[in-house]
Design a protein around this ligand. Sequence first.
Ligand code: UFG
Length: 339
Amino acid sequence: MGSNILVTGGAGFIGSHTVVALSEAGFNPVIIDDFSNSNASVLAGLRDILGRDVPCYAEDCNQYNLLRKILHENRIEGVIHFAAYKAVGESMQEPLTYYRNNLGSLITLLDAMLAEGVSNLIFSSSCTVYGDPDTPPVTEETPIKPPASVYGNTKQIGEEIIRDVCQAKSLKAVSLRYFNPIGAHPSAAIGELPKGVPNNLVPYITQTAAGLRPELTIFGGDYPTPDGTCIRDYIHVMDLAEAHVSALRHTLSYPETRYYNTFNLGSGKGHSVMELVLLFEKISGLALPSRIGERRAGDVMAVWADVQKSANMLGWKTKRTLEEALQDAWRWQQKLNNL
Ligand code: UFG
């Protein structure tokens, strides 16, 4: 029997795909999710893929006694901590809500883990910690920039809290800095479920193609990039999910009792907004209504990952192409809208 792993936010976009990857790798995931930004239908999707129910606590994870009980009763050996608010714009309007939720739940979780002797933690961080890099690609040694948003600050502070705890206590932890996760499980049983108008590019593209939005606005066509649009590192969510399994194996087998490290999770390649639009049109066979609009405040011009450290130390690299990611995202949107 594999280890039991608590997945906070396990009903969310990256969390649910990681539950699949963990199960396929022989781990036993247990979910805690308050469904504030996810839907109970995810559990049915997981059942369709895995052929069994995944245990789930429909609770806020910022509850010390409850977390201790869950860790204890399920003999949890490691935690993957996804549960957090993630809307950049909203974080600027409601800073305390973001600090309370994202940092409060992390501190509560760390307290509960130490009390129960659970010593392996994987933390969801973000490439936002690099800000607007001078020369992409960014390595894990690239200097951290002052955060551009409250959301980004919760990730920076979260990393620092974990690093400090790993120096003082028996804890092995890694922070995973995600670049731009896109796509869905190829079965289309689970995928991204943005609430309201999507902030992110790919759900906006697929919703536009599905007729839910009149057109895509490309935020800025005058950046000093080859085609004038911003460049990002898009990674298939199943590749990202599998990286969590590799990271977990890495900490579980790490021979010391105190350990902390950070890893970039990206494809290692940069693609422009325009390239994504054209590739989507090719794979879907549709003409996507779009226009170039104003730049979006806070957007960086170009960022992509150097993934050598993840390859060397985690033995992980991406397997899926950008084309597959867009195909899977589109298949998921078509299923959602019965197209
Ligand atoms: N974009 C558009 N039109 C849209 C949506 C996005 O042109 O309707 C562009 C953006 O300007 C950007 C690219 O598509 O150039 C990607 O935008 P996303 O919003 O999908 O992703 P970001 O790179 O802005 O966001 C990521 C993570 C966040 C993180 C942020 C930090 O998703 O979690 O980087 O900047 F906070």
